[in-house]
Design a protein around this ligand. Structure first.
Ligand SMILES: [Zn+2]
Length: 421
């Protein structure tokens, strides 16, 4: 790359061509700047006209550091340190990764006027010099294009597989599993031929898919039962409701792990594979790889967190109305005794501590100290919508309900609904 040039030459270039890819010469002479610019950096265009010419340099961090990249542009170290200090509350440059992109605008004194840092299509930070010589740093608002898509997933073996076969990523199966977590155990319930219609948003930036937005509606048509979920804001929170306005959320989640395979049921008597004796199994075992997050199945307070005999590393959470939940054989316990936990919060990780033949979580529910079958726990619902909101809910939901029904009736599996910008 050649941009050796002096002010005269630059004016000449501008006059001749009207545009030029150039930056103004550094105070110490053009050659120094040219020689030390990072290989992967490119010069873009002058942002402001002379007298205080601003030039822009951009590039990727690659294998170096931002400090190295900026000093190579002849930016004084004190200037870089001041930038990094102002940035710290928003983004710490020690967390930089090779693919991170930077764009720096410097004046002819090589002082930073503006600095942009991108760590992903959704994460862009901007620093602008303030009057005191520091920087005002903020995360840029990224506007995304949202496309609403409706799709039917047909289960052959699992929701996971159905979603993957349709060309969507596992994020969608996670979102759907979360919505129906109170009603459907996606490891036990789905049967071959069950279908799920899902209306969801895909978010794009500059034409490229970046993430999924909300799931607006979903209907699970199983052999025995149908479950529906519609997203609605009750004036305070977003939540999922069935078509009559009943919230799907319940006091207990069905399972303490998202994708765990039930390896042992609750039973009064069973043959224990380790002790080789018949023993009651007072909970349900969910097999999952070591390290899998374990969720608190309901809001409560941790009353025990530590080692307990055959349970190995165990967390016990106390809930209202005399309920307790046990999470055993963990590899790591993330909460301490006395801490409050929310439903769905990660409290431990799957392991095989204590008496266990493989990595799994032993999940137990007790009422007033006595174990009960977790599948029989009364699943009391949250509060239904107030009558005043119900009319608005019906209005919102009717259209989506029709769409979901049409989707399930027709053989078409994909409908593009709208694209708003
Ligand atoms: Zn067990």
């Amino acid at each position: 790359m050649r941009w050796k040039c002096n002010v005269l030459a630059r004016r000449f270039c501008l006059a001749l061509l009207g545009m030029v890819l150039f930056c103004s010469p550094p105070p110490c002479g053009a050659s120094g700047f040219q020689a030390t610019l990072p290989v992967n950096a490119t010069l873009v265009h002058p942002v402001a006209p002379p007298p205080s010419a601003v030039s822009v340099v951009e590039g990727q961090i690659r294998n170096g550091t931002l400090y190295e990249a900026l000093t190579a542009c002849d930016i004084p170290p004190a200037e870089i340190l001041s930038l990094s200090r102002s940035f710290k509350p928003v983004f710490d440059f020690r967390c930089s990764r090779p693919q991170d992109f930077y764009q720096v605008s410097v004046d002819d004194q090589r002082l930073i006027q503006k600095f942009v840092y991108k760590t992903s299509p959704l994460d862009e930070y901007e620093a602008v010099k303030d009057d005191k010589g520091g920087y005002r740093v903020h995360k840029r608002h990224i506007s995304l294009d949202r496309q609403v898509v409706a799709k039917v997933f047909t289960i052959e073996t699992s929701l996971y597989q159905a979603v993957a076969d349709s060309g969507e990523t596992q994020q969608i199966s996670g979102l759907v599993a979360d919505i129906f977590a109170w009603d459907i155990d996606f490891y036990l319930y789905p049967r071959k031929g069950d279908r799920i219609a899902v209306v969801y948003e895909r978010c794009y930036k500059d034409g490229a898919f970046v993430k999924y937005g909300n799931v607006l509606a979903a209907r699970y048509v199983g052999r025995q039962k149908t479950f529906s979920a519609f997203l609605f804001n009750d004036g305070q929170f977003d939540g999922y409701y069935d078509e009559t306005g009943q919230p799907l959320k319940k006091m207990f989640l069905r399972t303490p792990v998202k994708f765990g395979k039930m390896t042992s049921r609750y039973s009064i008597r069973r043959f224990h594979p380790v002790s080789k004796r018949y023993k009651a199994h007072t909970g349900i075992d969910y097999g999952a790889p070591t390290g899998t997050p374990i969720f608190a199945t309901a809001n409560g307070r941790v009353t025990f967190s530590g080692w307990k005999g055959g349970y190995g590393k165990l967390t016990i959470v106390k809930h209202p109305n005399g309920y307790q939940t046990y999470y055993g054989h963990c590899s790591r316990l993330l909460k301490k005794r006395g801490q409050l936990v929310e439903q769905g919060e990660v409290i431990a990780r799957v392991g095989q501590t204590g008496v266990a033949t493989g990595p799994h979580v032993h999940y137990e529910v007790r009422v007033n100290g006595k174990p009960m079958n977790p599948n029989k726990v009364k699943k009391s619902r949250g509060k239904p919508l107030k009558p005043a909101l119900l009319a608005k809910f019906k209005e919102t939901v009717d259209e989506r309900l029709l769409l979901v029904d049409r989707l399930l009736e027709e053989k078409d599996s994909l409908v593009m609904l709208s694209q708003d910008h």
